[in-house]
Design a binder for this molecule. Structure first.
Ligand code: TXA
Ligand code: MG
Length: 331
């Protein structure tokens, strides 16, 4: 791990490795990514191998700025340009028609490509250094830097814990957003929300001037997206979502032989059991997103068998957090 991931030496070392076809982990504002040259099928294969991810699951390609759209995509609709204009750099990934013959392995063989321009100074410096490297690297394919199906990492320590010493990790501090980017499919004539994030539907719709559809509206032809598999983002402990009242009732009836349990709730819960670890969920959706994955990892590290979570409010700004918790509970 390189602690000062923003230093010129760190960025140059990482860019050199990436230009040589190696894999490097780097911070983004959402979660840490496991990056490789999107234009090299061999480098991309190393990501799939390290993650243990099936190689037909497409990866997001990270670009330094909006010029990356023309480099990797074709037939870009006007509403997609508006989204780029409004949210890049930032936590929004667009699925676009892939340019012929480009980044086929990164796209998992699909005719489309996921593109995102991250808003993190280390990611940005790295992408610029990669563009200037020999040979130049125009984009970094990077899934979240976790093993397949596990919780995404929001600190460099999370990445190191999962992949060990051999992987170069640029430390850029804890991620500001904390859950993965919003994904909008722009290949079907209308925008389709594949994965909610911290941007609300209202924000996305206002920016592109179109109603956001959901994959269910699209006659079951939703593309394969591992982030949309039910049991994604699962910690080792079993997660259950409940309203505050059910949570309190469940605590009230805990027997003396209960396993270690953790609770994560906005409501203040009462318990006399010493088996229960209580943690407050912030009242603010963005603050909750920021800490969510680290909290789940801490519970795992403390060896709890069950995590009882208060269902987040049914409000637009909570959609991304609700989505991740529902998937964790399905695991
Ligand atoms: O915030 C993020 O998006 C983070 C950071 C590192 O940028 N990346 C991330 O990558 O979450 P990953 O691979 O864990 O999730 C990417 C999601 C997957 O569900 C993948 O299937 C979907 O994006 N995806 C990528 N390219 C796609 C494509 N061409 N068509 C449909 N889905 C695609
Ligand atoms: Mg992931």
């Amino acid at each position: 791990m390189i602690e000062d991931g923003a230093s010129t030496a760190a960025i140059e070392q990482a860019a050199r490795l990436l230009a040589g076809g190696e894999v490097v982990a780097f911070p983004t504002e959402t979660v840490y990514g496991l990056g490789a040259d999107a234009g090299s099928d061999g480098a991309v294969a190393k990501i799939f191998a390290a993650k243990g991810r099936p190689s037909d699951h497409p990866l997001i390609v990270h670009v330094a700025d909006a010029s990356g759209v023309a480099a990797f995509a074709s037939e870009v609709p006007a509403f997609a340009h508006k989204l780029v204009e409004a949210f890049w750099p930032g936590p929004l990934t667009l699925i676009l028609h892939r340019r012929d013959g480009i980044a086929a392995a990164a796209a998992g063989g699909q005719a489309s490509i996921g593109l995102r321009c991250p808003a993190h100074p280390v990611a940005h410096a790295l992408l610029l250094a990669c563009a200037q490297a020999t040979p130049p690297v125009a984009g970094l394919a990077a899934p979240s830097a976790n093993k397949f199906g596990r919780v995404s990492p929001t600190t460099a320590g999370h990445v190191a814990a999962e992949f060990g010493e051999e992987l170069l990790v640029l430390d850029g501090g804890p991620c500001r957003v904390g859950i993965e980017s919003t994904i909008v499919d722009c290949t079907r004539g209308v925008p389709v929300l594949l994965r909610p994030g911290v941007l609300t539907r209202e924000q996305v719709e206002a920016a592109c001037g179109e109603a956001l559809r959901s994959p269910d509206d699209m006659d079951g032809q939703a593309p394969r997206a591992s982030g949309t598999l039910e049991s994604h983002y699962a910690p080792n402990a079993r997660v259950r979502l409940m309203d505050a009242k059910s949570l309190q009732t469940a605590l009230d009836v805990l027997g003396p032989d209960a396993k270690q349990i953790a609770t994560y709730s906005r409501a203040i819960l009462r318990t006399r059991s010493d088996k229960v670890l209580r943690r407050r969920m912030p009242d603010d959706a963005q603050e909750t997103a920021r800490q969510l994955f680290a909290v789940l990892r801490e519970f795992d590290a403390q060896g709890v068998g069950l995590i009882w979570v208060e269902t987040p409010p049914d409000e637009p700004e909570w959609e991304g957090v609700r989505d991740r918790l529902q998937r964790a509970a399905a695991g």
